[in-house]
Design a protein around this ligand. Structure first.
Ligand SMILES: [Zn+2]
Ligand SMILES: [Zn+2]
Length: 310
């Protein structure tokens, strides 16, 4: 799952919405307005604008963005109110206490057909809420039990099929692009992405003095396939609090795949120590794969190693 936490898109870390212990399941929503397809670096702007418009809504008196989560066309899940918070989007207090509310960034005009990546992202959000939010297995649309067109006919048809993962297609292409943040240098980005800065400059057509600017999208060289997986070092390499060179390789795989949401507050960095953050990030990866989901303990075995690094 590609997951953007609240503070990473510009919302306060924790939602002031009231606590929700558990839910029957998840209701899917759409925007119901005109929505134009965009590059992924513009998606967080849009999520921020939704939050601003909800906070400005004096009729509903929202304390926060109304949705539990939002999913863009690139399959990235933006944390809204988050798990264990009562959503504000399902129609009334009773409906809001019953189900989480996940909104697809999909319009009634413009972008109206959910791409496969978006369906993967919605499915990721549903599975996340079952895992971390005590959501039950029920999946429906806003129109279930409430008079609305939401989530549109196409998404609703998908929801009625049980919100299946689309077959055969890769989840999200968002990995292949890095969006420059304020204060980034090419060398720092290259280190973070584990590529050489020369390659990074070359595939992006950059020449001396290698000027980059915040918001610029950089293509990441050599992202796709063909990677040689080093031999599995044995389970003894992965002991909480202990260092082993194989942990650096493991961290590179986690960072490459975006499995980095657990960290000490300064972002997840690679290093030789197998920490509790490492373990939890590995567990996220394991839960995302059917073959590994049976035992997502966060300790890499040969199969986790192979799948994460290939
Ligand atoms: Zn809705
Ligand atoms: Zn996006």
């Amino acid at each position: 799952m590609k997951f953007v936490e609240r503070e990473d898109w510009g919302a306060p870390a924790s939602s002031p919405a009231s606590y929700l212990g558990s839910a029957r399941g998840v209701k899917i929503h759409y925007l119901g307005t005109e929505y134009a397809s965009r590059v992924h670096s513009k998606c967080d702007d849009y999520v921020r604008s939704i939050r601003a418009s909800h906070l400005a809504n004096t009729v509903e008196d929202y304390v926060d963005i109304a949705y539990t989560a939002l999913v863009c066309e690139h399959g990235v899940v933006f944390e809204g109110r988050g798990s264990h918070k009562r959503p504000g989007a399902n129609g009334n207090a009773d409906l809001n206490s019953r189900d989480y509310a996940v909104c697809a960034l999909l319009g009634s005009k413009g972008l109206t057909t959910p791409p496969d990546a978006m369906l993967h992202g919605l499915r990721d959000a549903i599975e996340w809420l079952r895992r971390d939010g005590d959501a039950g297995t029920w999946v429906g649309g806003h129109r279930d039990g409430y008079a609305t067109e939401c989530p549109g006919d196409q998404l609703y048809a998908w929801v009625q099929k049980g919100a299946p993962r689309p077959g055969g297609s890769a989840p999200a292409p968002a990995d292949d692009v890095y969006v420059v943040k304020p204060g980034d240098y090419l060398s720092v980005i290259a280190r973070r992405l584990d590529v050489s800065w020369q390659d990074l400059a070359k595939v992006n057509g950059l020449r001396a003095p290698y000027t980059i600017y915040p918001g610029q999208e950089l293509r990441i060289p050599g992202g796709a396939g063909g990677r040689d997986v080093p031999p599995f070092p044995g389970t003894g390499a992965f002991v909480i609090g202990k260092s082993h060179p194989a942990v650096v390789t493991l961290d590179e795989g986690l960072i490459r795949g975006g499995w980095t949401r657990h960290h000490d507050g300064n972002g997840y960095q690679k290093g030789p120590m197998f920490s509790e953050f490492t373990r939890r990030n590995v567990a996220d990866f394991q839960r995302s794969r059917a073959e590994l989901r049976g035992d997502p303990d966060g300790y890499p075995g040969p199969l986790t190693w192979q799948m994460l690094l290939s």
